[in-house]
Design a binder for this molecule. Structure first.
Ligand SMILES: [Fe+2]
Length: 447
């Protein structure tokens, strides 16, 4: 392996000679998907994100954007955003631009396969020709699933959502060439959640309610035509929702910075993103009317999202969060699920890349760790992130809080270890992971 090819990497992310064999892949898979001369992800895919509009009153552009993307009748996919008035306001903005709209507000947290099917039935019945998703990741991802179903029916393709799930075995790269480009069906994503980044990406994460795991659906052209982030909308989040969403954003930055796919592009955005979140999330949760703090957490979320979406990917915190959100009643909020696993998984992961955790600590202002050994600095950084999580009110991280889980914890942990091991998110994790590792991490959270 030519080390010069890693000339842009700092010393700590330089792979050792011959040690990085992509686990789970057969030798034949490796020939197809990896350059054998370089053992760890030899190519850096700098992904696309949706064009974005960020700022106060940006939501008023939703109608113009829908119109300019050739929409005449939009299906609004949403969780309802009860009593905020946001959905009604977006309908008014669409009407002003001569775009009709029909609302489907039957989406719940961790959007379910049957909800996406029901949303598509309404899309078809109403004669819609595009989607306006309003809310957080559930609204946007179900909107992408509606567009995919519309494309499949329009093209006489009888595949189902499940056929587009990207897993590690069989490896997603072997399936993706058969996936359609759905960019011809527009989506305007009006985002009101300071977390997932789903408004920027082509990935739709949908609960397979029968198999109880997350379908990570990635199709070309799935990314929304435009994403809109307006602090006016973000500040309607209840404080506990903002706290969870903020933890999701922080985990995006943390996993992209410390994982195997970290690179200069991911680092530049995630380091600043985590700095914005760490310096403003407490104030925004404490007082959503603090305009400056709210605007800054929106920018922090944008940066954290870009860091993981464009290149850095996520890791095992997300693997376990996905499984927690997919099992039982499917109602464990993604932000809370990430907050639950953020600290224990980071403490377990950090030996694989302590310098990266130290870099995070320095980025959030921990000057006292500058001359510490990386492993000690990493421990201090994770302690600081735990303090931030506690300060915004997420102090109960025991799996005991989920009644359904405690009915048969051994069964759920076995299931989570098997299906989580095959989850798309696990591939870029910094520390090599076995199903037993996933089990151990889950058992440690029952206390
Ligand atoms: Fe996330």
């Amino acid at each position: 392996m030519a080390k010069e090819q890693f000339a842009t990497c700092p010393e700590w992310c330089m792979p050792s000679e011959g040690t990085w064999v992509p686990y789970d892949l057969t030798r034949d898979d490796m020939k197809k998907t990896f350059n054998e001369d370089i053992r760890q992800f030899p190519l850096t895919y700098i992904g696309q994100v949706s064009p974005s509009i960020v700022g106060w009153s940006a939501y008023k552009q939703a109608g113009v954007e829908a119109k300019s993307n050739s929409m005449t009748h939009a299906l609004i996919t949403t969780t309802g955003l009860s009593s905020t008035g946001i959905v009604e306001e977006i309908q008014a903005v669409l009407k002003e631009a001569d775009v009709e709209s029909t609302v489907f507000d039957g989406i719940t947290t961790n959007p379910k396969d049957h909800e996406c099917e029901a949303a598509y039935a309404v899309y078809k019945e109403a004669g819609c020709d595009g989607v306006v998703s309003v809310g957080g990741g559930s609204s946007h991802d179900s909107g992408k699933a509606v567009r995919l179903q519309a494309w499949l029916e329009q093209n006489g393709d009888d595949r189902k959502l499940r056929d587009f799930a990207c897993n590690l075995n069989p490896h997603y790269t072997t399936k993706m060439p058969t996936f359609p480009d759905i960019s011809g069906i527009p989506q305007v994503a009006v985002n009101a959640s300071t977390g997932t980044g789903a408004q920027f990406t082509s990935t739709a994460v949908i609960n397979d309610t029968e198999l109880q795991y997350k379908l990570v659906v990635v199709v070309p052209g799935g990314l929304p035509s435009v994403a809109i982030d307006d602090p006016l909308l973000h500040r309607t989040q209840p404080p506990h929702v903002l706290a969870g969403a903020g933890m999701d954003a922080i985990v995006h930055a943390l996993e992209s910075l410390t994982g195997r796919l970290n690179c200069p592009v991911a680092r530049s955005q995630s380091l600043m993103g985590i700095q914005y979140m760490a310096n403003n999330l407490r104030e925004a949760v404490g007082n959503p009317q603090n305009h400056q703090a709210m605007e800054n957490v929106v920018w922090g979320m944008v940066l954290c999202s870009y860091g993981f979406l464009k290149v850095g990917a996520v890791g095992v915190i997300h693997t376990l969060a996905h499984m927690l959100g997919a099992m039982g009643d499917g109602m464990a909020h993604h932000g809370l699920a990430n907050a639950i696993f953020m600290i224990p998984v980071s403490r377990w992961n950090m030996i694989a890349n302590p310098q990266a955790y130290k870099d995070v600590g320095l980025a959030i202002g921990m000057e006292d760790i500058r001359y510490q050994m990386p492993i000690h600095a990493a421990e201090a950084t994770i302690d600081e992130l735990e303090k931030l999580r506690n300060d915004v009110g997420i102090t109960n991280c025991s799996l005991k809080q989920f009644d359904w889980f405690m009915e048969k914890p051994d069964d759920y942990i076995e299931h989570a270890a098997i299906w989580g091991y095959n989850d798309f998110t696990r591939e870029a994790n910094n520390r090599q992971t076995s199903p037993q590792d996933l089990k151990d991490l889950l058992y440690a959270q029952i206390y």
